[in-house]
Design a protein around this ligand. Structure first.
Ligand SMILES: NC(=O)c1ccc[n+]([C@@H]2O[C@H](COP(=O)([O-])OP(=O)(O)OC[C@H]3O[C@@H](n4cnc5c(N)ncnc54)[C@H](OP(=O)(O)O)[C@@H]3O)[C@@H](O)[C@H]2O)c1
Length: 240
C-alpha cells in the first residue's frame, strides 16, 4: 500500500509505540486519527505532527462511544484504509493477587476494545475500493505463557486467535490482517509493574514503528500476517 493520502486509525496514540506509529504514518502522508483517553497528550502530539494528526478522546472499552464516533467521522467519501489496534495494558502478579478489577480492565481493553472498533471499521473497509490493512499489536506474551502474567497472557493469546480468524475471513475482501508480537519495548507500559524499569537494550518504539510501516507498504498481494520482534540482547546494559 502507498501510504500517501490514506486514512488511518491508531488506538493508544497518546503514548509509547502509538506515538511513533502516528508520527511515521503522518510523515508518509497519511491522515491519522489518534485515539486515547488523555486528550491533553494527544493535543501535544498534534502540536508536533501537525493537522494530519487528529486527536480523538476515546475510551475503547465504551462500545457506544466508538459507534458514535465512527458514524460521525466516516462516510462513503471518507473511508478508513488502516486500523492499528494498539491500545493495551498489563497488570502483573501471582494469580491469587491479581485483582478482579485488573483482570476485567485487561480483558475490556486488550480484547473487547479491539473487537468493538474492528466490528465498526470492517464494514467501511469492505466498502473501500482500495486495499485496507488491520494491524493488531499483541506481544510475545501472546505466544508464550509465563509466571505472573497470566491475565495479560490470556488477552494476548486471545488477540492472536481473533487476528488469525480475521485474516482468513477478510483476505478475499482485500483487507489484510497482521499481528505483531513484540518483546519488551522502552515505553510507559511498565509503569504499572513494580521493579521493572525501561532500559537501553529494550526494543525502541521508533524501530517497532519502522516495522509497522514495512508491513503496511508491502505489495497488495503480499501479506505478512504474523511477525515477532525481540531485542537481540534483552539485558539491561547496567547489569552486564
Ligand atoms: N512496552 C512493551 O514492552 C510491549 C511489548 C509487547 C506489546 N506491547 C503492547 O503494545 C501496545 C502499546 O503499549 P506501549 O508499550 O506503547 O504502552 P504505553 O506507553 O503504556 O501506551 C499504552 C496506550 O494505550 C492507551 N490506552 C490504554 N487503555 C485505553 C483505553 N481504555 N482506551 C483508549 N486507549 C487506551 C493509552 O492511552 P490513554 O492512557 O491516554 O488512554 C496509551 O496511549 C499495548 O497493546 C501493549 O500490550 C507492549
Amino acid at each position: 500500500m502507498r501510504l500517501e493520502n490514506k486514512i488511518a486509525v491508531v488506538t493508544g496514540a497518546s503514548s509509547g509505540i502509538g506515538i511513533e506509529f502516528s508520527k511515521k504514518l503522518a510523515a508518509k502522508g497519511a491522515l491519522v486519527y489518534g485515539l486515547a483517553r488523555r486528550l491533553n497528550k494527544l493535543q501535544e502530539i498534534q502540536n508536533e505532527i501537525g493537522s494530519t494528526f487528529i486527536p480523538v478522546e476515546m475510551d475503547i472499552t465504551k462500545y457506544v462511544d466508538i459507534q458514535e464516533w465512527v458514524n460521525k467521522t466516516f462516510s462513503d467519501n471518507h473511508l478508513p484504509h488502516i486500523l492499528i489496534n494498539n491500545a493495551g495494558l498489563g497488570y502483573f502478579g501471582n494469580v491469587e493477587n491479581l485483582s478482579v478489577d485488573d483482570w476485567n480492565t485487561m480483558i475490556n481493553t486488550n480484547l473487547n476494545g479491539v473487537f468493538y472498533l474492528t466490528r465498526e471499521i470492517v464494514p467501511l473497509m469492505k466498502k473501500n475500493e482500495d486495499h485496507c490493512h488491520i494491524i493488531n499489536i499483541a506481544s510475545v506474551a501472546g505466544l508464550l505463557g509465563n509466571p505472573q502474567i497470566s491475565g495479560y497472557n490470556a488477552t494476548k493469546f486471545g488477540l492472536r486467535g481473533f487476528s488469525e480468524a480475521l485474516f482468513k475471513e477478510l483476505r478475499y475482501n482485500a483487507i489484510k490482517v497482521s499481528t505483531m508480537f513484540p518483546g519488551s519495548i522502552a515505553t510507559h507500559f511498565f509503569d504499572n509493574a513494580e521493579g521493572s524499569d525501561t532500559h537501553a537494550n529494550m526494543l525502541q518504539p521508533s524501530d517497532v514503528a519502522d516495522t509497522l510501516i514495512h508491513l503496511l507498504e508491502t505489495p497488495d498481494n503480499f501479506l505478512i500476517n504474523e511477525i515477532t520482534l525481540r531485542p537481540l540482547n534483552p539485558k539491561d546494559p547496567e547489569d552486564l
